[in-house]
Design a protein. Structure first.
Length: 116
């Protein structure tokens, strides 16, 4: 498992990190994001940031959105696991009760059967 993490780092994460740094350096000019569709010449709300900030925001937004979608998609499996855990606890409790009853029955003194 440790080798897989190292390979993941060297072949995927490191090149992506380097690419993001290169994009940040190459896109340092300022870009205005206008959030007023009715008056673009004199916007009521506009944000002026370097372009790489918008790229990072889009990347983080995609990561969170993808993680949330994955979490929603796995809800069925989490519910199944909870139900399986609940059933296993019930079965274990039932087994322990039966074992306890058997031990109690074995420890009681045996009475002789009455013959006719």
């Amino acid at each position: 498992m440790r080798v897989i993490k190292k390979l993941l780092w060297w072949f995927i994460l490191l090149p992506v990190s380097v690419l993001m740094i290169i994009l940040a350096v190459a896109n340092r000019h300022s870009v205005t994001l206008i959030l007023d569709p009715f008056s673009p010449k004199a916007p009521a709300l506009a944000i002026d940031l370097p372009f790489y900030v918008y790229l990072f925001i889009a990347l983080l937004g995609g990561l969170f959105l993808g993680g949330f979608a994955t979490w929603l998609g796995q809800g069925k499996w989490r519910r199944t696991a909870r139900q399986g855990t609940r059933e296993a606890r019930e079965w274990r409790a039932q087994s322990e009760r039966q074992t306890q009853h058997r031990l109690e029955a074995d420890s009681r003194p045996q009475t002789a059967a009455i013959r006719r």
